[in-house]
Design a protein around this ligand. Structure first.
Ligand SMILES: [Zn+2]
Length: 314
């Protein structure tokens, strides 16, 4: 039973907002394209594993969680967690193009691209070890003494992986069902206790809070960001607000085109938006109109009078 689905990664929205708004030729744009590609590949790989888990049938009850943020001393993010009456299992999902060589000393994954470039990333085994330790501690705090297993999953069988030693299994998605079936079955929880544990996992989940663009890249200044409402039809920036609608030179009329612009603002600057800043960003002169626009975008209001600010609802 799938208890928690995977959310689309926030980094993708931040990259998209930055790519739409950075002035042409800005040096950060290339970095954003690269990060977006990575996020896209990672998410695609994880969704592939989700597909296998959704179809998997276990002999007893099983609870599946995708993309879980838990805290036990420090915060840790699990790509996939499975719970049964006998065990817990963590899957660390990787989607890395090119050839991957996992080294022991120092613990690293070296990615070798098609054109021979090498790039060092953290070892997935070391990451899994750390997650296993933290999740065992998390279970211990809740007096749930079930064994915790783990595996590293490479999302596509076309990925080439070499490892000097494999302290944990390396799987491709189609190996997951057999791997799970072969884990030792010694039920320690009854179904009622399993459901109780699943509820505790869901209650403890804290979603990852994505940092806005300006915090990720402090070299991006306010003047690097193009302001204005983007036309949903032709993509031109600078729609004009009059007669309670946005008007573009191309003839497009929209009542909701500011919503995307306001979301861009939060993905780029983060924090709280004031009426003055909203007017600057949307290109609206009337403060009452700006207030209505922010409200219609579903922003959360805090404070009152001239100290009113608006933020994005999580
Ligand atoms: Zn237009």
């Amino acid at each position: 039973m799938i208890m928690k689905d995977r959310a689309s990664p926030g980094i993708r929205k931040v990259c998209d907002a930055g790519l739409r708004r950075l002035r042409p030729g800005h040096p950060v744009a290339g970095k954003l394209e690269e990060r977006r590609k990575q996020a896209e590949a990672g998410f695609g790989g994880e969704e592939r594993v989700d597909g296998v888990l959704a179809e998997y049938r276990h002999p007893g009850p099983i609870r599946v969680f995708a993309d879980l943020g838990l805290v036990c001393g420090s915060r840790f993010q699990l790509d996939a967690l499975l719970l049964t009456r006998s065990w817990a299992c963590l899957l660390e999902v990787k989607n890395i193009s090119g050839r991957s060589v996992i080294r022991d000393i120092p613990p690293q994954l070296v990615r070798i691209t098609k054109d021979g470039r090498e790039e060092a990333l953290g070892s997935p085994f070391a990451q899994l070890d750390s997650h296993l330790m933290l999740f065992r501690d998390w279970l211990h705090e809740r007096n749930t003494p079930i064994p915790v297993y783990g595996a590293v999953v490479f999302a596509y069988p076309s990925q080439m992986v070499e490892a000097a030693a494999a302290p944990h299994p390396i799987l491709f998605p189609n190996n997951i069902p057999l791997f799970l079936r072969n884990l030792p079955e010694h039920p320690l929880l009854d179904e009622h206790e399993l459901d109780g544990l699943a509820r505790q996992v869901l209650a403890a989940h804290s979603p990852y809070v994505q940092r806005p663009l300006c915090t990720m890249y402090p070299q991006v200044s306010r003047s690097d960001i193009r302001t204005g409402v983007i036309c949903p039809d032709c993509g031109e920036m600078g729609m004009r607000w009059h007669d309670r609608a946005w008007h573009c030179r191309c003839g497009c009329i929209s009542r909701s085109a500011h919503i995307g612009a306001l979301h861009d603002w939060f993905h780029i600057f983060g924090g709280e938006l004031t009426n003055e800043e909203c007017r600057r960003f949307l290109g609206v002169e009337d403060r009452h109109a700006a207030k209505r626009l922010m409200k219609s975008a579903g922003l959360e209001v805090s404070g009152s009078g001239r100290w009113t600010t608006y933020r994005l609802k999580l």
